[in-house]
Design a binder for this molecule. Structure first.
Ligand SMILES: Nc1ncnc2c1ncn2[C@@H]1O[C@H](COP(=O)(O)OP(=O)(O)OP(=O)(O)O)[C@@H](O)[C@H]1O
Ligand SMILES: [Mg+2]
Length: 270
């Protein structure tokens, strides 16, 4: 069955329903339901081991779910109409070893290779894809430079440009802000936001930097085995509310806290 324009218009880009995944027999994510529409920039946050990478790998079909449904544009993930529409930048993808000598342009060229075309033919189409991706990522000035000589932010842009060259519409990014300094982080987030607004890309991005992602994404999801929050980024709960959503209780003894506060406010007092 092929995707009709009507189905595409009505179906969300991604629909995940009651998804449960186990690894080595241990339940990692339970009953996850979410939908993502075209053009959304979604931040996926949560504690270490909360299941973020597991969710991404299951969306990509690498891990099999114990139960649940995943659909792209209302189609099964293996449907032909989905081919090439999903791109992934793995956790620490930008940590390319320094002994790997590859230029930015060469790295981006790799993005145009896929299962049905494993050879760089250098046709007009391929050149255009690569030029567009380099331009979108703002890497024209460094395109002939070795990737190992780039800053952390530029390297991240380079691995994202590789995905852009593949023409993927839905881009999954696992921790792209790690090792990126503050200035580069801001411009990387602006770049990702622009991809959604101006190039109709859709982004699901994992990050530990809640403050940064809240400033850039449209929507945030907090995953810790289950989804604890899914809503507008600007309404993301504060620490106390988040603790309540995660089922974390305060361990402070009320009397002890009050005594401590009294001592701090009245040094030397009894
Ligand atoms: N191959 C594996 N076999 C068994 N358990 C695994 C495997 N890989 C990961 N896990 C476990 O699955 C849980 C979730 O891991 P996952 O990598 O999805 O978390 P995460 O939210 O991405 O964490 P981080 O923020 O540290 O990247 C962890 O408890 C982890 O130990
Ligand atoms: Mg992870």
């Amino acid at each position: 069955m092929t995707t009709t324009s009507l189905e595409t218009a009505q179906s969300p880009l991604l629909k995940v329903e009651k998804l449960s995944v186990s690894r080595s027999g241990i339940s990692i994510i339970e009953d996850v339901c979410l939908t993502i529409d075209e053009g959304e920039f979604v931040g996926l946050v949560g504690p270490n081991g909360g299941g973020k990478t597991t969710l991404l790998l299951t969306i990509l079909g690498i891990l099999k779910s114990r139960k649940g449904i995943i659909e792209f544009y209302g189609q099964k993930p293996e449907s032909k109409s989905i081919l090439g529409k999903i791109g992934w930048v793995s956790q620490s993808a930008a940590n390319i070893p320094s002994n790997v000598r590859i230029t930015v342009r060469e790295l981006v060229q790799l993005g145009t290779l896929n299962a049905s075309n494993m050879f760089w033919r250098g046709g007009t189409d391929q050149y255009e894809q690569v030029n567009n991706a380099i331009e979108m990522a703002g890497l024209q000035d460094v395109e002939d430079r070795d990737v190992s000589q780039l800053s952390g932010g530029q390297r991240q842009r380079a691995v994202i440009a590789r995905v852009l060259a593949s023409k993927a519409e839905f881009i999954l990014l696992d921790e792209p802000l790690v090792g990126v300094d503050r200035e580069s982080r801001n411009s990387l987030l602006e770049f990702l936001d622009k991809l959604c607004h101006e190039s109709q890309k859709t982004i699901l991005m994992v990050s530990h930097d809640i403050a940064a992602i809240q400033q850039a994404s449209h929507r945030m999801i907090y995953l810790e085995e289950r989804i604890r929050y899914d809503g507008a980024a600007h309404c993301f709960p504060d620490l106390v509310d988040l603790a309540a959503l995660r089922g974390i209780q305060s361990v402070h003894n009320q009397n002890y806290t009050e005594n401590k506060l009294y001592q701090l406010e009245n040094p030397g007092g009894k």
